[in-house]
Design a protein around this ligand. Sequence first.
Ligand code: SF4
Length: 356
Amino acid sequence: MLSLYLHTPFCRRKCAYCAFYSAPAGEETKDRFLAAMKKAIAGAAEEEKRPLSTLYLGGGTPALLGEERLAEMLQAVREHFVFEPQAERTVELNPESTTPALLQTLKDCGINRISLGVQSLNEEELKILGRLHDREVALDALQMIFEAGFTNVSVDVMFGLPGQTAETFGATLDELLAYPVTHLSAYSLQLEEGTPLAENAEPMDEEREEELWWLLCRKAREQGFEHYEISNFAKPGYASRHNTAYWKRTDYIGLGPAAHSFWKGVRYSYPEDLAAFCEKPWPLCTPQSVSQREAVEEAIMLGLRLKEGIPLEWMPGGFDYTRYEAFGRVENGRFALNERGFTLSNSIISDILYRE
Ligand code: SF4
């Protein structure tokens, strides 16, 4: 299985909570970036002949490239790579840059899945996050996506926001899940050092955040979603194949500034530097081999994020399931965390891995 990730690092304005690398986007810069990306795609295809199982255009804000450049980038992928027949091809969109013309272009280029960064439908919460859209723009974008004929649609939401309550979060979930969305990603707010929000906000207290988490789990379940990964819910058959590649440690090539790869047992990462990427888009940078011990730890850490868990034989010697009975289950030779275990996954995983 092979996945390809193309990272567009441009954002119109920095969101108040975001610590990801992003760069200003002038027209010339975008042209240079596109030329570099096409070289990187061609370079990767020279060395990798397997068909693509998944393609993901993320960012940043891929839509800021504009329809023509996006079409050119996707054309380059199609020229150089073969896709598996049922390949998942996702583009990440922000509501304010979603238009019918853009969606039509993406459809014409073979995109079959949209991931929309809604985060909240509450005006106050959106302002605190510094997002560029309001609730009406988000709902319009969602409507446009379905009208354009996309049937595999994911929405992102956030919880643990300053001032957020069970009522406001519940209302966001109810309204979003009333649409035929097939996938829901829900992340708790992390106050990243150096971001405006970290300077101005306090983390939500654990009890309240847990209340929101259980609300999320319940509402998703009631709407027929399976909680297949700590932060992700899907209707049957719609788990994200691309993200599952990360959790299952299958090969993925990530192209673009700050993009990461895991390819043939080696990790790579491009520096957070657009100019450096444009200068030398291929080969992949900063190879970092993964030792046997690191591979085992990674497999356990990532695998326990998934509802299906991991084979018992991956567990360190002396693993005693009874210690975690309240947080997981053993079934068909696998150990998996339950929703209660998901809430404590970091401490459970470190207990499993590093307990003497
Ligand atoms: S659009 Fe995404 S990548 Fe850009 S600043 Fe906002 S959260 Fe960060």
